[in-house]
Design a protein around this ligand. Sequence first.
Ligand SMILES: [Zn+2]
Length: 55
Amino acid sequence: MTDRAVPFHCPYCADEDLRPHGEKHGEWECRACQRAFRLSFVGQLAPHRQGGGPA
Ligand SMILES: [Zn+2]
């Protein structure tokens, strides 16, 4: 499992002009809105419950 992920859209302005930010993996900057942000893996979701609705 890798924690590397490539964003396709800026989470702030939804632009696609994203580039790696700095030297760390998972940090990106948006050239459209001039924001830098970090993506990180939080965890695996629990298996989907059968017939489960909003708890
Ligand atoms: Zn943006």
